[in-house]
Design a protein around this ligand. Structure first.
Ligand code: SAH
Length: 402
């Protein structure tokens, strides 16, 4: 690449990048040769002149540059091959004709700041097809939005593309929320299949991109243990875990969330799958409800804890761990002997070891012993980059009370 903008790091700031981490922070940069604007491809160099890859420039963000390639490659030449590689990985792990999945997971797919969920299903007017829900969360990628939309249309021919860029991190990038239809037509809601069940996905206003795809296989892993048991699905959102358990033969499912619209979706999804007789919902703060259930002597054979990310940054990790300990302690007290705890954390700021050690603290306080049956990451449509722990954000442990 001629006339390339070069970003030279301070001495010894290259180690993380060499080990696979794709971000360059503003305070790690010694000098910039050229005047990059948002979305420009910049060549990364160590202080000693070692080439570290090509990155997209985000002028307002502390994460000033995000590497997309180890080669000296213009973004225009990188975009479509990177997308094709991302699709190839999903095609190897999913049946793309029937299964919904995340087809682009940002940095881990060489497309920093870009998230694309692909939903396969049926719109209310019986139109079958696929729809994309897109989030553009970095200024460097936002500059390429129209090229991204074109590439997605060419590679996937979706019926429609919905943008859902509204995460709080946008502010750090100097970006405004951007929500709307980018291409084709997008129904308010569609019905899709997961683990053999029909779920309604609200593309326009559901939480995150409409449906939490990362837990699909963890829901199946929970359901495998649920036969005949009373199940508590805490932080249930639209009922992914609880309904999978009900379909797998749970005796009853109590689905708890603080969001009334989420619970309305649980009720509708239960009806859609003929599970209404076994599924009930309760609108409550799960922290309070777990205590209340314990006091009233209710016991369960399987409890799911899938709270939102309690830690949103480094400063809130300690408070987050207290939160995880509290709900896990309460849930443990609710378990029958031999009962299962499916406990999750989706905060990238809380690493696996601190999460598991917090659960051990909770067990000590609950005076219960547990076996760890499984530790599960996000489904393979959310791949993790080695050396980039932010991409290994989801932890799901399945424990059994002794
Ligand atoms: N288990 C869900 C995803 C959960 S997302 C699934 O499988 O799809 C986290 C959910 O926690 C959201 O639906 C949110 O509304 C809910 N939530 C957040 N704080 C809560 C609280 N204090 N009590 C109960 N629910 C809460």
């Amino acid at each position: 690449m001629h006339h390339q903008i070069r970003v030279v790091l301070k001495p010894r700031e290259e180690d993380r990048l060499i080990r696979g981490h794709p971000w360059v922070y503003d305070n790690e940069i010694a000098r910039v040769q050229g005047s990059p604007v948002a979305g420009d491809a910049v060549a990364l160099e160590s202080a000693r002149g070692r080439f570290l890859g090509t990155a997209l420039w985000s002028p307002a963000s502390k994460i000033r540059a995000r590497r997309y390639s180890d080669e000296a490659l213009p973004f225009a030449s990188h975009l479509r091959p990177a997308l094709d590689r991302a699709l190839k990985l999903r095609a190897a792990e999913f049946d793309l004709d029937r299964e919904s999945c995340r087809v682009v997971f940002g940095e881990a797919d060489g497309l920093p700041g870009l998230i694309v969920d692909r939903f396969v299903g049926e719109a209310p007017d019986a139109v079958k097809g696929s729809w994309l829900s897109v989030q553009v969360l970095a200024a460097g990628m936002a500059a390429h939005k129209s090229a991204v939309v074109e590439a997605l249309e060419a590679a996937l021919s979706p019926n429609g593309i919905m943008e859902r860029s509204e995460a709080p991190v946008l502010a750090y990038e100097g970006l405004k929320p951007s929500v709307g239809i980018l291409a084709g037509s997008v129904p308010q809601s569609l019905t899709m299949l997961e683990n053999g069940l029909r779920f309604e996905v609200d593309l326009a206003s559901g939480q995150k991109t409409g449906w939490f795809l990362d837990q699909a296989r963890n829901r199946a892993a929970a359901a495998r243990r649920a036969g005949g048991l009373r199940v508590l699905d805490a932080f249930c959102n639209q009922g992914g875990f609880g309904l999978a358990c009900a379909a797998a033969g749970a005796a009853s499912v109590l689905a708890v969330d603080s969001s009334a619209p989420a619970l309305a979706a649980v009720t509708a999804n239960a009806a859609r799958n003929g599970l209404s007789d076994r599924v009930s919902t309760r609108e409550a703060n799960a922290f309070d409800l777990l205590r209340e259930l314990e006091r009233s002597g209710k016991r369960f054979g399987l409890v799911v804890l899938d709270p939102p990310a309690f830690a949103k940054n480094k400063a809130s990790v300690e408070g987050a761990l207290r939160g995880y300990k509290d709900i896990n302690l309460r849930a443990m007290k609710l378990l029958e002997p031999g009962g299962y705890l499916v406990t999750c954390s989706c905060s990238s700021w809380v690493d696996r070891d601190s999460f598991m050690s917090t659960i051990a603290d909770a067990a000590a306080d609950a005076r219960r012993r547990f076996r760890v049956l499984e530790e599960r990451p996000a489904a393979p449509d959310h791949p993790a980059l080695l050396g980039y722990s932010e991409s290994r954000y989801l932890k799901c442990a399945i424990l059994q009370a002794l």
